[in-house]
Write a protein that binds this ligand. Sequence first.
Ligand code: ATP
Ligand code: MG
Ligand code: MG
Ligand code: MG
Length: 473
Amino acid sequence: MRGSNLRESFLRFFADKGHTIVPSSPLVPYNDPTLLFTNAGMVQFKDVFLGLDRRPYTRAATAQKCVRAGGKHNDLDTVGRTARHHTFFEMLGNFSFGDYFKKEAIEFAWEFLTRVLELPKERLWVTIFKDDEEAFELWQEIADLPPERIVRMGEKDNFWAMGDTGPCGPCSEIIYDRGPEYACASQTCALGVCDCDRWLEIWNLVFMQYNRDADGNLTPLPRPSIDTGMGLERMASILQGVDSNFETDLLWPLITAVEKITGRRYDRGEGGFPFRVIADHARSCTFIIADGVLPGNEGRSYVLRRILRRASRLGMALGLDGPFLYRLVPVVAEIMGEAYPEVVEKEEEIAKIIRQEEERFHSTLHEGMRVLNGILDRAAREGRKIITGQEAFILYDTYGFPLDLTEEIATERGLEVDREGFAQAMETQRERARAAREEGKAYEFAMALASALGETAQSLFTGYERLEEEAKV
Ligand code: ATP
Ligand code: MG
Ligand code: MG
Ligand code: MG
């Protein structure tokens, strides 16, 4: 089953169960400066769960574009090292706003997995929140799961909360066992549900049933709700009988395109790392730019710049000496264009932006590499194992080297970067910028008052500051 068929089949299944199909919201969340990128299907429904917004439907289903490359959910460093993590991925979700609850959510999920997708039941395990006896009973009744395949987990893994206060509740996750041949070395792995590629987490069902107040008290919600999320690429890997998301039809054409551009063969092991990261980053850069973000030095723009430059640098590791990432935009458009026409409509513009940023990077790169090599040589001469924060900051500030790039290169030479020192140098520079802004602010404030926009401007300003904090490296 192709990835696009899976997406359709999911939405059709839930439409048949009375769900309204709602389009994916953009990667830049409306109205929420605290969040860098949309990182789950529920983001566009946050206010509906909170009772602040009403919709003409009580059941919805979506295929949502997600990016997890900063803030609370950050998979940037995991990409390419596991078979299942991306910075950009699609989350399939069904939602109930005070309509059905736990029983139906479990019934729907089980029916979709075992009847529609025909996954073998004996491969499926579930996790539940440790005190959720109701879920424990329901899984046995509905799915006929033996109790030993229902694993109890603690608050960290199986109790979901939107924030410190507000709607929250236990969750239950469905895990696919790839089989003992995929087990990791950990002893507990053989016993069930581990963090490695054997136990593939495919679907999270969140049972929103409490409201948490400022003192931490939980009171039952009058209308409990459902929020679920299933990883499209992960499910596709199971259905297509491949070991990794990167070998599904959603990503494989990107890997082969990198093979063609570099003239090198992909290798499933460690050697394939740059291919996987480049394939992943080509998707996230394309989609982030399609939603209106440009590379830059703050917040979302900086996250984009980091992703893009990292791909660029890994291209160099594969022997490329110049822009190439932009050539993958048409491949992304080809794979994703039907479901997300925006990437086709803006294909040329996106490629141009990526190419310009690659060129900008390359033009400072040579100079920056020279400086970095000087720093590394000096450190070696002085017998240091550490690159100072100030040195890393100069590379960042003057030569556009993201911290992780400096770190990657330093690690190759057996050195570490003083991250704290780097953060301090960054903070000092921020202070300076802030002080400069203060001068202009008195005037701005008067203007804001005059146009009766005082409050809006103020909240925009704090939102912006928080965004900067989140993106801090
Ligand atoms: P994991 O533990 O594997 O990192 P998660 O618990 O962080 O996943 P959830 O927040 O529960 O993920 O998201 C719901 C679903 O979205 C997951 O069950 C998974 O199928 C998918 N998913 C989450 N993160 C990623 C990612 N980085 N790349 C691809 N799919 C993902
Ligand atoms: Mg995760
Ligand atoms: Mg998880
Ligand atoms: Mg999860």
